[in-house]
Design a protein around this ligand. Structure first.
Ligand code: ADP
Ligand code: MG
Length: 606
């Protein structure tokens, strides 16, 4: 009888575990900072050399460890964070596997120096490739310092996979940023080859997020704060003026742990549909709190993926929370503020003259020529004297002229309160709001208004469907067939008629009229695939919304189209009654604001 199987020596099992936990310098730093956070640190600093390939030092002012604990912490599966199996369901700390320190120590030249609060001295343990070389007393303040030199020095295969110092530095900055956004109450510093990479003082979430993604972002962040029975969702989300080309500035956390999860991401992007362009991504820091038993964080060693017990409930809660913020278009000044400003501006002659000029719809052909008074910076003067009202008239009756532009007492919104200057190129509407020039894309605006109306119609009735002359069949996967069955009546509501044809084939006998001439089968496939992937009714809404936005786009006037003052007013009033008025269903902006000071910069008055 031969014996083929043997238990591996611990040094080797640690190295194997390191393969999962320690992918690159940034993953070492993530584990070490998480330990520092779990140890209650309020100040964490990181030092790297050559992107962390040569050296990583993480220093914290947490509670530190006794000599015994320090030695134990380097044993595999040694942790202070859980004790019995039941604890796995209630993990409140970032770590719990007890794998990080021994894994890191097995693939580097490692030292752990730590001093517990109340103890007279610290302990330093030196480990090389998993073997303890020295344990000595050291002098230090309370806290822990972990030094990791020459990571993967004994794993040539892994060593080769590390990227350039610059790339690794980028990953390190990403990891620290994610942790830093989750804990604005902790100060973080990082130097890279002695140069400062990050310096983040203790702060609040809005400031911390802006520190990480760019200070100019601060003013474009809006708070989310929705606490339900099952979930609590808090944080900040950006408006349409602040977008990114990728997901790099989306920070989402489940119970305080950074996740990059497809369900969370999908919910978020659903909420942003129609607010920002496709292919653009918002700046977000969102904290999703769930009952501990509802989410399994023990899915992946690096814990970036999670598993939800009730996936669709979480999905819809996130989407609703973010939608509730975006729906109110918080980036548009509140109507009350606008009215006040407008009242005040009655006393400003330059405003009055512009208002008069606006009535003539000729303001577009006018340009600022001179400074009338140091306080009143721009005066609009006609350059086409024949067609324009004369300047003396404007000066003589300013208050009266302004009255003609006062907002309709019936309408209280931002848009209806704007003074209309006129139309530009038969495509844009120009308005004034105090010292702002507001430019509105008339096509995008009417499209948005039409889209919202259609949405109301669908709530009341349904979408027109068209029977196919020759019903078509499509082959699906088993799970897609199941999805088609489950959502059959929803699909019928938007005009699709699908029937089981046997096996995994379904027959499509009717489609929404609008898409009948396009590629309805591709649409069916896309919808089913989405429904299957996300498994919530919001994928259905998604399909409905994309249909509606294409109907809306075709239903309104395109290209140049002269509008009468009355029509412009009507459109502005309707925009006030529309959610998300600041962008069209395709996510293109509906309006742009040019401030007086921006204009002054253009004309070098500042
Ligand atoms: P885990 O974090 O999963 O418990 P680790 O291997 O990362 O496993 O750490 C093992 C143990 O060492 C922790 O449970 C903790 O008790 C202790 N420890 C690690 N880092 C620190 C630190 N910076 N400060 C205090 N204690 C620490
Ligand atoms: Mg840990």
């Amino acid at each position: 009888m031969s014996q083929r199987i043997s238990i591996l020596p611990e040094i080797l099992t640690n190295k194997i575990a390191a393969g999962e936990v320690v992918e690159r310098p940034a993953s070492v730093i993530k584990e070490l900072i998480e330990n520092s956070i779990d140890a209650g640190a309020t100040d964490i600093s990181v030092e790297i050399r050559a992107g962390g390939r040569r050296r990583i030092i993480v220093t914290d002012n947490g509670h530190g460890m006794s000599r015994e604990d320090a030695l134990l912490s380097l044993e595999r599966h040694a942790t202070s964070k859980i004790q019995v199996e039941g604890d796995l369901d209630e993990i409140l700390t970032l770590g719990f596997r007890g794998e990080a320190l021994p894994s890191i120590a097995s693939v580097s030249r490692f030292s752990l120096a730590t001093r517990e609060h109340g103890s007279l001295e610290g302990t330093e343990i030196v480990v090389e490739g998993g073997r303890v070389r020295d344990v000595r007393i050291c002098g230090m303040i309370t806290g822990t310092v972990v030094t990791v030199d020459q990571i993967f020095f004994n794993l040539p295969a892994r060593h080769k996979f590390m990227k350039s110092a610059e790339t690794e530095t980028g990953h390190v900055a990403d990891v620290i940023s994610r942790l830093a956004v989750s804990r604005p109450d902790i100060a973080f510093n990082c130097t890279s080859d002695d140069r400062e990479l990050l310096r983040l003082q203790r702060s609040d979430l809005q400031r911390r997020l802006a520190q990480v993604v760019g200070r100019e972002c601060f003013q474009h962040l809006y708070p989310v704060n929705v606490k339900g029975d099952y979930t609590a969702i808090t944080g900040y989300v950006s408006g349409p003026a602040l977008v990114r080309s990728g997901t790099q500035s989306i920070y989402t956390y489940i119970n305080g742990r950074f996740v990059r999860d497809k369900v969370v991401q999908h919910a978020l992007m659903q909420a942003y549909r129609g607010v920002i362009d496709r292919g653009r991504y918002p700046v977000v820091a969102l904290f999703i709190e769930l009952p501990l038993g509802e989410v399994d964080v023990n899915v992946h060693p690096t814990k970036h993926e999670v598993r939800f017990r009730r996936q669709s409930v979480v999905h819809d809660a996130i989407q609703d929370a973010v939608t509730s913020v975006l729906k109110s278009s918080p980036w548009i000044p509140s109507p009350i503020a606008v009215t006040n400003i407008a009242d005040k501006s009655i006393s400003k002659p330059y405003f009055d003259r512009i208002a008069v000029a606006a009535q003539s719809s000729l303001a577009l052909q006018q340009k600022p020529l001179y400074r009338s008074h140091p306080e009143h910076k721009i005066v609009m003067t006609p350059i086409e004297p024949s067609a324009a009202p004369e300047l003396p008239t404007l000066v003589r009756e300013p208050a009266l002229a302004f009255q003609a532009e006062l907002p309709d007492p019936e309408s209280h919104g931002y848009f209806s309160a704007l003074s209309i200057i006129g139309q530009f190129h038969s495509e844009y509407i120009l308005c004034q709001s105090d010292t702002d020039m507001v430019i509105i894309d008339q096509h995008a605006a009417s499209e948005r208004v039409a889209y919202e109306q259609l949405k109301q119609q669908i709530r009341a009735g349904g979408i027109e469907s068209q029977r196919l002359l020759f019903p078509e069949t499509i082959e699906l996967t088993f799970s897609e067939v199941a999805v088609a069955e489950r959502f059959n009546s929803d699909l019928a509501g938007i005009g699709f008629e699908l029937e089981q044809f046997g096996g995994t084939t379904i027959m499509v006998s009717a489609v929404p009229r609008l898409v009948a001439m396009k590629e309805p089968l591709t649409l069916v496939r896309d919808i089913l695939a989405d429904l299957e992937r996300i498994g919530t009714s919001s994928a259905m809404n998604d399909a409905v919304e994309s249909l509606l936005s294409s109907i809306a786009c075709h239903s309104v006037i395109r290209g140049a189209h002269p509008l009468e003052q009355r029509q412009i007013k009507e459109l502005l009033c309707r925009m006030d009654r529309t959610d998300f008025a600041a962008s069209c269903p395709h996510g293109r902006p509906v309006m742009h604001v040019l401030t007086l000071s921006e204009l002054e910069k253009i004309f070098k008055r500042k």
